[in-house]
Structure formats: structure tokens, C-alpha cells
Design a protein around this ligand. Structure first.
Ligand SMILES: CC(=[NH2+])C(=O)[O-]
Length: 128
């Protein structure tokens, strides 16, 4: 059965979507942008601070759903510019330290609220 995940520890949706949906032992997270859940705004700073906030948001949603970073199987990284690729990769390697998830990365024309980075995440567990 489908389970909707909602936590105050990650940003509220800024549109018609859920923070995450779990179905069949798989958790689909909406793309996370660098919004601080306490302020509802994009964090101050540049790509480093924004990427750190995105990972905080992803972790908060994984935690709320009972998943860990080790359960993540796929990640999609959207960048406002490919110039951010190396910096995002260095923080990415601190969040996912080994057995990295499958991943795609793109530079796109624009991201919600003018974010520099957005990351989508899929996590899965073996059936009990
Ligand atoms: C931020 C986001 N996930 C959306 O769809 O606008």
C-alpha cells in the first residue's frame, strides 16, 4: 500500500507534491532544493551551503520514512550550471561514502526558487 511521508524536519512542498512516497519497499523522494525547513527559504551562501542543505533535507526524509543513506539506490542531480559539478561531487562523496547509488547529473535551464542544485532520490529495501 502507498504511504505518504511527511516530516517538519524537511521543507514543506512548494507545489502539489509529497515529500516522499513509499510503495513496495521503495521510497521515492521528491527533488530536494536547498530550502531550510525552519525558514521556508533557500539557505544563504553558494553551491556548498546549498548542497549541504539538500543533503540535510534528504536525510530528514529518509529518517522520517525509516530508511538510511545505505538504502539509496538512485540519485538524480540537477545543477543550475555544470560549473558546480566538482563541488557537488565532493560533498556528495561525504554523504554517500561507498557503494554509491546509481546516478545521473544534468545542468538545467532553471530550478525552483532559483536554487543552484536539486537532487532526486530513490531508496529501496529488501522485502522483509
Ligand atoms: C521542489 C520540487 N520538488 C518541485 O517539484 O517543485
Amino acid at each position: 500500500m502507498k504511504r505518504i511521508i511527511s516530516t517538519p524536519n524537511a521543507p514543506a512542498a512548494i507545489g502539489p507534491y509529497s515529500q516522499a512516497i513509499e510503495i513496495n519497499n521503495t521510497l521515492y523522494l521528491s527533488g530536494q532544493i536547498p530550502v531550510d525547513p525552519n525558514t521556508g527559504s533557500i539557505v544563504e551562501g553558494g553551491i556548498i551551503e546549498q548542497t549541504q542543505q539538500v543533503f540535510k533535507n534528504i536525510k530528514a526524509i529518509l529518517d522520517a520514512a525509516g530508511y538510511t543513506v545505505n538504502d539509496v539506490v538512485k540519485s538524480t542531480v540537477y545543477l543550475a550550471d555544470m560549473q558546480y559539478f566538482a563541488e557537488v561531487n565532493s560533498l556528495y562523496k561525504m554523504f554517500y561514502t561507498s557503494d554509491f547509488p546509481a546516478r545521473s547529473a544534468f545542468a538545467v535551464k532553471g530550478l525552483p526558487l532559483g536554487a543552484l542544485v536539486e537532487i532526486e532520490t530513490i531508496a529501496a529495501k529488501e522485502p522483509a
